[in-house]
Write a protein of this length. Structure first.
Length: 146
């Protein structure tokens, strides 16, 4: 959900952020997975994932426009949490490259799906976008509370 929401949100950002979002997403995912594969223990990763969903929803609901440096950093941090979870869940004996190619491909499909929806809704009533962001934020809140 966070990846789709980030893709959606990115379509209302400046051109540099729009172009950079897939790189920030994949870079964060790969870095997070590498941290897990290195055996580093990141406490509270599930909370970080839930907060990334909540905050992505808030970014959409508020129609927030961020400078690329801030938006890109935020996206990468969100994705480090998700990548760490994917890396930590890799089955023993799996081929790291095959696994990484799979989760990067899936991440891009989800992110570009969100971007497609975001692009299609750019001319729609902002109330619909705000409501969608609110739903994502509420889901993130429930995730954090559980």
């Amino acid at each position: 959900l966070a990846m789709a929401a980030i893709g959606f949100w990115s379509m209302r950002q400046n051109d540099t952020m729009k172009r950079g979002t897939p790189l920030f997403v994949v870079g964060g995912m790969v870095l997070g997975a590498a941290i897990a594969w290195a055996g580093v223990n990141l406490a509270g990763i599930e909370t970080g994932i839930a907060m990334s969903v909540l905050l992505a929803g808030v970014l959409i609901a508020t129609l927030a426009k961020l400078p690329t440096a801030i938006g890109g950093t935020l996206v990468a941090l969100f994705m480090i949490a998700h990548g760490y979870a994917h890396g930590a869940e890799m089955a023993a004996g799996s081929n790291i490259m095959t696994y990484m190619i799979g989760f990067v491909a899936a991440t891009l499909v989800i992110t570009f799906g969100g971007r497609a929806l975001g692009a299609a809704m750019q001319k729609s009533d902002n109330r619909i976008t705000r409501a969608l962001g609110g739903v994502v934020a509420v889901i993130g809140g429930f995730m954090a509370a559980s």
